[in-house]
Design a protein around this ligand. Structure first.
Ligand code: CU
Length: 157
C-alpha cells in the first residue's frame, strides 16, 4: 500500500527551485572543466618545450591560475597577440565556453626541463584552476610538426 509523504516531496521541490535560481546566474554555477586535445610537440632542444590543449567548460566561469609538471622546473603561461608572446599570470575560462591553447596563440612553456621529451612519451601536467582545483592530464609528445586536425593556424614555437 502506498503512503503519501508530502514533506520530502516539498523539500525536493524547494531544492529544485534553488538549483534553477543558481543556474540562471552563470557566475554562481560550478565550473565543469574538461581538458581535451592536449599535446607537446617534440622540442628541438632539451631546454624548453611548448604545450597545447583545449579547456572545455560546461559550467560556470573559472580561472586557470598555474600549471606544473614533474619534467619542468617551471611551467609558464603565454599568450601571443599580434605575433608578440607575453607571459600571463592566469587565463579566464569562460562559463559554458572554451579556453584554447593552440599553435600561434596561447601556449604553455616548460622551462628548465629535467629531460628532453621524445615523441611517444607521455608527460603528466597538472593544471590548477581557482574553482575546479588541480586537474592532472597526460600530455602525449607528438612530432615537432604535429597539428591537431581541427587546428590550422600557423606555428610559432
Ligand atoms: Cu612562449
Amino acid at each position: 500500500m502506498r503512503r503519501r509523504t508530502p514533506a520530502p516531496a516539498a523539500m525536493v521541490l524547494a531544492l529544485g527551485l534553488a538549483l534553477t535560481a543558481c543556474g540562471s546566474d552563470g557566475s554562481d554555477a560550478a565550473p565543469e572543466v574538461k581538458v581535451q586535445g592536449a599535446f607537446i610537440p617534440e622540442p628541438a632542444s632539451g631546454s624548453m618545450a611548448a604545450g597545447f590543449f583545449l579547456v572545455h567548460n560546461s559550467g560556470g566561469a573559472d580561472t586557470l591560475s598555474s600549471v606544473d609538471s614533474p619534467i619542468s622546473g617551471q611551467v609558464t603561461l603565454h599568450s601571443t597577440e599580434d605575433g608578440v608572446m607575453k607571459e600571463r599570470s592566469s587565463f579566464a575560462v569562460p562559463a559554458k565556453g572554451e579556453l584554447d591553447f593552440e599553435r600561434g596563440g596561447n601556449h604553455l612553456m616548460f622551462e628548465n626541463l629535467k629531460h628532453r621529451p621524445k615523441q611517444g612519451d607521455k608527460v603528466a601536467v597538472t593544471l590548477h584552476f581557482s574553482k575546479s582545483g588541480a586537474v592532472t592530464v597526460s600530455f602525449p609528445v607528438k612530432a615537432a610538426t604535429y597539428h591537431p586536425a581541427s587546428h590550422a593556424s600557423g606555428a610559432s614555437h
